[in-house]
Design a protein around this ligand. Structure first.
Ligand SMILES: *[C@@H]1O[C@H](CO)[C@@H](O)[C@H](O)[C@H]1NC(C)=O
Ligand SMILES: *[C@@H]1O[C@H](CO)[C@@H](O)[C@H](O)[C@H]1NC(C)=O
Ligand SMILES: *[C@@H]1O[C@H](CO)[C@@H](O)[C@H](O)[C@H]1NC(C)=O
Ligand SMILES: *[C@@H]1O[C@H](CO)[C@@H](O)[C@H](O)[C@H]1NC(C)=O
Ligand SMILES: *[C@@H]1O[C@H](CO)[C@@H](O)[C@H](O)[C@H]1NC(C)=O
Length: 458
């Protein structure tokens, strides 16, 4: 039965009924988790609306957002890799026994190099739109803070010095503001020079020494890439393409995945022809491999990796604290909303430093099966446009005023994390500000255990 189905579906152009065959692609994407190259829309949560977000007696008085740039073009070196893939298309079905559906093979044969060096790592049009849509959703979520009535001077926007983050900030700001306000608000945006940016991990000597320049750091990933999983996968790919298996080295598998498959998908938002040389299981394994690669550089393995996030953690915790203090005293805030536009490493190391996910043994080369439900999963942590949003509320309870904090990660509410052991309203993740600040006391300015960026990075 299965054979018949395969035959029917792989015959000539009648490839419409391919749904039941794993050898033929369907129009929908077979698998859409690609580590940090996952599209935001495939994993994002749903921000609640104004009515559902918090108990009625609570109103938002401050928001802080750390936002990763939207989807981007690959870097310049991708162009060389794409040329190599173009070469590979000439060998398709040289064995005469390619098993991939004719339609899919044709798509690969006709595939064209889709980017050039001019677009080196820049934000894509799709990525700019991710920013605009995120701004609009945040506006609906917190209209009291982010609506047109808020004076421009109550906003602060900061970007790292790279084209994709600056363009992300601009798209976000434009979407949030209108008319003359738009010019005014630009006065409250800043770009921090790379060499002095305190959130640039390259400026943390100890991190560079112990992690970045550590030759051992890719040990597990190298083991994964050289190992039996990828070797077996390469045989399957060779069969599908109808090329000798010696042509599909592990390097080629990686090229097919990185440059052929996910990079294009990230730019177009559509299934890329090269993705079809992988089975769904292959794609799951490659996603796992990307976590094996990212974990030592971005997870809990080396304490300096997340501890160097001291500056950013302190900025957030102290701005939230100040907003509470000012409100109690004057019922007024100097700054209502602060947004920073940055990168994957900032999002993920902040999450680790604030203990927003659990510190378990990380993914290693041969632990795929035991790590199926791993905590460290970049597809969910840091897709395009990834964000961590902190909201401070003032709650009136009878005659008492209380302050509570909510944290959203990619628009999903965090209901329980170490700094929020007992939310006053668990379903809505309302953490008592005092408890929150006590748990994060090492980030509170002036506290005896206050972290020190310079010491950490020395
Ligand atoms: C591959 O080549 C063989 C032999 O030339 C041919 O019969 C077959 O149809 C080709 N397969 C595809 C999918 O193009
Ligand atoms: C480069 O980016 C521009 C602006 O986003 C776009 O119009 C153009 O098509 C891109 N070029 C390539 C080769 O993708
Ligand atoms: C991409 O960014 C560079 C700056 O890094 C800029 O010079 C170039 O014009 C941008 N390309 C496009 C197509 O926007
Ligand atoms: C921006 O700030 C400058 C200097 O403070 C000021 O002169 C200018 O009017 C401001 N622009 C707008 C549009 O508010
Ligand atoms: C790298 O690994 C080797 C052998 O396992 C070890 O001797 C060396 O100290 C490691 N280097 C670093 C920087 O961790």
């Amino acid at each position: 039965m299965r054979k018949v189905l395969l035959l029917v579906c792989c015959i000539s152009g009648l490839a419409l009924q391919c749904v039941n065959s794993r050898l033929c692609s369907t129009n929908s994407k077979p698998y859409d988790l690609f580590g940090t190259k996952t599209l935001y829309e495939n994993v994002a949560g749903d921000l609640p609306n104004q009515r559902a977000r918090a108990p009625k007696r609570c109103s938002p008085i401050f928001v802080y957002g750390l936002i990763r740039h939207g989807a981007r073009y690959p870097g310049n070196d991708a162009v060389i890799e794409l040329r190599k893939l173009k070469e590979l298309t000439k060998s398709i079905n040289v064995t005469g026994r390619a098993t991939l559906c004719k339609k899919d093979l044709e798509a690969i044969r006709n595939w064209k190099i889709w980017t050039d060096e001019y677009n080196d790592s820049n934000l894509t049009a799709y990525g700019a739109n991710e920013m605009r849509q995120l701004a609009l959703r945040l506006q609906q979520f917190l209209p009291e803070i982010l609506s047109a009535g808020t004076p421009a001077s109550k906003y602060r926007f900061t970007s790292t010095e790279s084209t994709r983050t600056i363009d992300s900030m601009e798209a976000f700001v434009e979407s949030l503001s209108q008319g003359s306000f738009r010019d005014e608000i630009k006065n409250f945006t800043e770009i921090v020079t790379e060499e002095i940016d305190p959130i640039n991990d390259e400026n943390c000597n100890r991190y560079v020494r112990e992690v970045d320049d550590n030759d051992n750091i890719t040990e597990e990933y190298d083991k994964f890439v050289e190992g039996p999983i990828v070797t077996q996968m390469s045989r399957g790919i060779a069969r599908r393409l109808g090329v000798p298996s010696s042509m599909i080295t592990n390097d080629v598998v990686n090229r097919l995945y990185d440059d052929g498959c996910y990079s294009e998908q990230w730019v177009t938002g559509k299934n890329a022809p090269w993705c079809n040389v992988f089975s769904k299981k292959d794609l799951k394994l490659m996603e796992y491999g990307s976590d094996v690669e990212d974990y030592p550089e971005r997870g809990y393995k080396f304490p300096v990796t997340y501890q160097q996030n001291c500056f950013l953690s302190k900025e957030i915790v102290n701005m939230v604290k100040k907003a509470g203090d000012d409100d109690l005293r004057e019922k007024e805030q100097n700054v209502l909303a602060r947004f920073r536009f940055a990168h994957t490493s900032n999002i993920v190391t902040l999450a680790a430093n604030l203990n927003l996910y659990s510190d378990e043994p990380g993914p290693t080369a041969d632990a795929f099966y035991s790590q199926q439900n791993r905590a460290f999963r970049m597809s969910y942590f840091s897709p395009s446009a990834a964000n961590l949003v902190f909201v401070l509320y003032r709650c009136e309870i009878g005659k008492r005023t209380r302050y509570t904090v909510q944290v959203y990660w990619n628009e999903k509410l965090l209901k329980s994390y170490p700094a929020c052991p007992s939310a006053t309203h668990r379903a809505r993740g309302m953490c008592n500000l005092e408890t929150w600040l006590w748990q994060y006391r090492s980030f509170v300015a002036g506290s005896p255990t206050e972290c020190n960026q310079e010491e950490i990075c020395a």
